[in-house]
Design a binder for this molecule. Structure first.
Ligand code: NAP
Length: 274
């Protein structure tokens, strides 16, 4: 990443992204963070040797401005930027969950190049899954700049329609919690079957990790992998039959639809002018 980049908000996600892009070879001097908390500024400057400021308007002199504040604060931040230097036309990359580009563009005063991203929490350990949407103002080279930043946090994928980000939110955004829930249920059951808590936790976690790695690295579909460990009349077959009897697929589908509906509602709420 040779372009200059500013982060507005120097919290968890910004820290992870900055660590990732610097590890990927970006010169720290190309990065600025605008952050109100003095201790956090000091921490970021010590950790990464980057420039820090408490003035968000300084971000506007950079090629890319990453909006990394909480969604509820985004309007206030954008309104402040809109009142400043009208000549600067940076690419805005928003990682604020659930805030649509139309709202961000309106708050910035119109006609802005905006890439909206939906990362998930494993981004904090650079194992995230991020979907990205570019509004029509964004140029091809700017797409690459945005992807270069988010790739520092893991896998990235573009979606063609912004509405698809609600599906992304329901699948990969909230998804880590679904897997945590399954792991939790398996750990609890393991204890009821007589394993001690630590052994139950270790075996369950390693199983989740091993299954994810096999699904990722074997080149086989998850259906095929499942069929291979499910011998007729065996233990896995007994468990899968019980899952199916209890309509596991339907259960997951209803849960993910609930997240999808909630994502749309929240986007409507976040997009209202305050
Ligand atoms: N964490 C995740 O895994 C995750 C996943 C998907 C999406 N996101 C999105 O990423 C964004 C950032 O999340 P986060 O977890 O990094 O939150 P965070 O740790 O709270 O970081 C936000 C930072 O913004 C600072 N800030 C507050 N008001 C500001 C202002 N007016 N100008 C500049 N900076 C300001 C905060 O400072 P103070 O602490 O002093 O208020 C804080 O350091 C959110 O919009 C969230 O929806 C996060």
């Amino acid at each position: 990443m040779n372009a200059t980049t500013a982060f507005i908000g120097g919290g968890n996600m910004a820290t992870s992204l900055i660590g990732g892009v610097i590890a990927g070879g970006t010169d720290p001097s190309a990065i600025l963070v605008a952050e109100p908390d003095a201790r956090q500024r000091e921490r970021l400057s010590q950790q990464f040797a980057i420039t820090v400021t408490d003035n968000n308007l300084e971000a506007l002199r950079r090629d890319v401005v990453v909006l990394a504040v909480k969604p509820q604060l985004l309007q206030q931040v954008c309104n402040q930027l809109a009142q400043s230097d009208r000549a600067s036309r940076p690419l805005y990359v928003s990682i604020a969950a659930g805030v649509r580009t139309r709202a961000i563009e309106r708050w910035l005063g119109g006609h802005a190049a905006i890439v909206r991203c939906m990362p998930n929490t494993p981004a904090l350990i650079r194992c995230g899954a991020t979907a990205m949407f570019a509004n029509p103002v964004v140029q091809a080279a700017q797409r690459e700049l945005a992807a270069g930043i988010l790739q520092a946090a893991g896998l990235t994928a573009w979606v063609a329609e912004e509405d698809q980000l609600d599906a992304v939110t329901a699948v990969s955004g909230s998804g880590p919690a679904y897997f945590f829930l399954l792991i939790e249920a398996l750990q609890r059951t393991a204890v009821t079957l007589g394993l001690d808590q630590e052994t139950a936790n270790q075996l369950t976690l390693q199983t989740a990790l091993g299954a994810a790695r096999m699904a990722n690295e074997s080149g086989l579909s998850v259906e095929e992998l499942r069929a291979r460990v499910t011998s007729k009349g065996g233990t896995t077959a007994a468990a899968i039959a019980s899952f199916e009897h209890n309509e596991f697929h339907q259960l997951v589908s209803e849960a993910v639809h609930a997240a999808f509906d909630r994502s749309r509602e929240l986007a409507d709420e976040f997009g209202k002018d305050k």
